[in-house]
Design a protein around this ligand. Structure first.
Ligand code: CTP
Length: 403
């Protein structure tokens, strides 16, 4: 998921040939889950139609200070647009529009909105080679940067005039990834590496049978998504699960058995800052795995089970500054059992699930957790979606690592 999800964006379009590319830009923003209001300068409508942009942005395009609607006029408040937006982007930003922005001229709705916007403003210049290199354009761009506006630099290439050089508006994909990177800079887990184990493990009996459990992996996947939304680079080690997660900051490694999960977790451990073991790892596995399918016989079948390695306990024993979080699923004497695991496995935080709580546990989309830290501070949370529980868990982790 993109950091753009839920963001409110005002896209200002001025009159350059690159305006035709804004249809793609709007599409990318909408696909990323953002909300968009498009403001066009009157002349830009010669390059791309308001109908295209209102259809793609799912909202009427504004261009004038008021829209004539039958006999009544509807005021397009530049102040409201400016206050509504999380950020504004002016793309393409022509030499003319940048000159006016730099000098406080506001003779159209786009410029008046720019002047009243309190949010960050990005601008993507575009113009022909000599206009781009003219000292007045360079000075205006420097003035805009000095105002705190963020320039998404033009690239070099063939220009509409046929000249070759600097002045092409950055491609819509590059504009989107530039802004995504800028927005991630302020995120609390930016620069941190987070490893998460999730889902069940399957322990083979023979080529067709295994010992498994009912874990869906949902809690671990929600944690991975939240960590990535907070800017972390995430290694998600997933046992067999139907959950899906697509995020540019999440690397997913699929494993099957406890031993596979152990190996991947240990290989990635040293470079991690935060590790959360949310997987329901099998505690036992068959001592011998039959190479051929076991056949029915008249008698009973006894399986000899041996212990799997405890991944979390092993990571706790080798801890070197990582913030280590475990889960405890309990049915009785919950707090004491969880505290026992926290100490035995050398954890910084343990997330207690009680199967006594309605709506908590396996295969549910909700969870009810109690967090216990090293100082035995207990924080109880209400029943909520697993996504919201992931937010609570990371709030607690972030407050602890920043303390
Ligand atoms: N865990 C692990 N590797 C294992 C078993 C458990 O990493 N082989 C982790 C789980 O991911 C969880 C925590 O240890 O974070 C607690 O697991 P749980 O099964 O509740 O506790 P156990 O220590 O196995 O004790 P018991 O099953 O007896 O309650």
């Amino acid at each position: 998921m993109s950091v753009l999800k839920g963001k409110k964006i005002v896209l200002g379009i001025s009159a350059g040939i690159a305006a035709y590319k804004t249809a793609h830009l709007v599409r990318y923003f909408i696909k990323a889950g953002a909300e968009i209001r498009v403001i066009m300068t009157p002349a830009s409508k010669d390059f791309v139609t308001p109908l295209t942009l209102s259809t793609l942005s799912k909202y009427p395009v504004a261009s004038n200070f008021y829209s004539k609607n039958d006999d009544s006029a509807v005021w397009n408040s530049h102040v409201d647009y400016g206050l509504w937006a999380d950020f504004m982007i002016i793309a393409p930003a022509t030499a003319n529009t940048m000159a006016k922005m730099a000098h406080g001229i506001c003779d159209n709705l786009l410029l008046a909105t720019y002047l009243s916007a309190k949010c960050p403003v990005y601008f993507a210049p575009t113009m022909d080679l000599d206009m781009y290199l003219h000292p007045s354009t360079l000075k205006n761009m420097a003035t805009l940067s000095a105002y705190g506006n963020i320039c998404i630099a033009a690239t070099s290439g063939e220009l509409a005039s046929g000249l070759v050089g600097e002045g092409r508006m950055a491609e819509p994909e590059s504009i989107v990834s530039f802004i995504e990177k800028e927005l991630s800079k302020d995120l609390p887990l930016k620069g941190k590496k987070v490893m998460i184990t999730a889902g069940p493990t399957y322990e083979s009996i023979d080529p067709v049978r295994f010992i498994g459990n009912h874990s869906s992996g949902k809690m671990g996947f929600e944690l991975a998504k939240e960590a990535a939304n907070l800017g972390a680079e995430v290694l998600l080690i997933a046992g067999p699960s139907n959950e899906v997660l697509s995020h540019s900051l999440v690397e997913r490694v699929d494993v099957v058995s406890a031993q596979d999960m152990y190996d991947v977790a240990h290989a990635g451990y040293q470079s991690c800052d935060i590790v959360i073991c949310a997987a329901a790892v099998a505690d036992y596995r068959p001592k011998n795995v039959a190479t051929l399918k076991l056949k029915k016989s008249s008698g009973e079948l006894a399986l000899e089970l041996i212990k799997t390695k405890d991944i979390l306990a092993s990571l706790g024993a080798q801890k070197q500054g990582q913030f280590l979080v475990g889960f405890a699923l309990e049915t009785d004497n919950e707090i004491n059992n969880a505290l026992g695991k926290l100490k035995k496995k050398n954890l910084d935080l343990i997330v207690l699930n009680s199967l006594q709580d309605k709506g908590a546990g396996f295969k549910k989309s909700t969870n009810k957790v109690t967090l216990i830290d090293k100082s035995e501070k207990i924080s109880e949370f209400s029943l909520k979606s697993k996504a919201a529980v992931a937010v609570d868990i990371f709030n607690e982790i972030i407050s602890k690592i920043n303390a």
